[in-house]
Design a protein around this ligand. Sequence first.
Ligand SMILES: NC(=O)c1ccc[n+]([C@@H]2O[C@H](COP(=O)([O-])OP(=O)(O)OC[C@H]3O[C@@H](n4cnc5c(N)ncnc54)[C@H](O)[C@@H]3O)[C@@H](O)[C@H]2O)c1
Length: 256
Amino acid sequence: MRFEDKVVCVTGAGRGIGFALAEAFAKEGAKVVILEVNEETGAAAAEKLGATFIALDVTDTRAVQQTVAAIVEQFERIDIWINNAGIAHKALAVDLTPEQWDQDIAVMLSGPFYCAQQVGRVMIEQGSGNVINIASVNGLFAQKARGPYCSAKAGLIMLTKVLASEWAEHGVRVNAVAPGVIMTDLVQESFDSGLMSPQKINSRTPMGRPGEMNEVVESVLFLANDDEASFMTGEVLRVDGGWTAYHLFYPFEEAF
Ligand SMILES: NC(=O)c1ccc[n+]([C@@H]2O[C@H](COP(=O)([O-])OP(=O)(O)OC[C@H]3O[C@@H](n4cnc5c(N)ncnc54)[C@H](O)[C@@H]3O)[C@@H](O)[C@H]2O)c1
């Protein structure tokens, strides 16, 4: 019960990594708030975990403001906020529509900023709190056909460092996790449909396999723990099986 009675909010927690995070914090005794644009999956996730569900589109600044106010009204504080919601458009830069670009940036860079800004004000007043941003190895390494995704995640990593610098003196830590390929339903579907090849992913990853959701979850639990990660802020923790440590020296066929 490492997070007993802590108020933990997770965006995009209706499924995937966000749900796994919500589940883990609930098991550790936290009061979990599931924030999800998909009302069906969000409500089902909350019911399964005995958590609170609030429908939220993180790109809607007004809704973010109202949601943070409603959480504070109900729980009187916010201890941990995880910016996890994500989408990804796959298209070469020359083929991208402005809408695709705008949507990726809105969900994975502007949305986390809107949330962090509102939550940061609450945490600064409390004199404590943790913001954790789920970035990606794609925020550190380029990938063809992922221009807006890579740009949003790179921006999110830099935003993490700026907020960490601004809020350290107020007792608020801000960190990021950069996962490599993680086995989620979405990745499994990509394997099944042939969009992604498990063999190519495995051969590109020094550890020879994709990551599991619990491996991302454990890194977030660590960063969120004020005893274990007390002197860590502005960190980008890579959970990638060695993906970004490894530089291929021969041409590699695209994995995606
Ligand atoms: N799965 C991977 O291999 C991997 C690797 C690196 C980083 N990530 C990152 O981890 C996070 C979660 O990924 P996942 O694989 O679990 O994805 P997922 O698609 O399974 O889950 C994302 C969730 O975010 C929600 N969402 C989308 N737009 C939203 C919005 N505007 N407001 C609120 N919620 C919204 C979706 O409805 C969905 O429930 C993402 O930020 C993703 O970029 C995933």
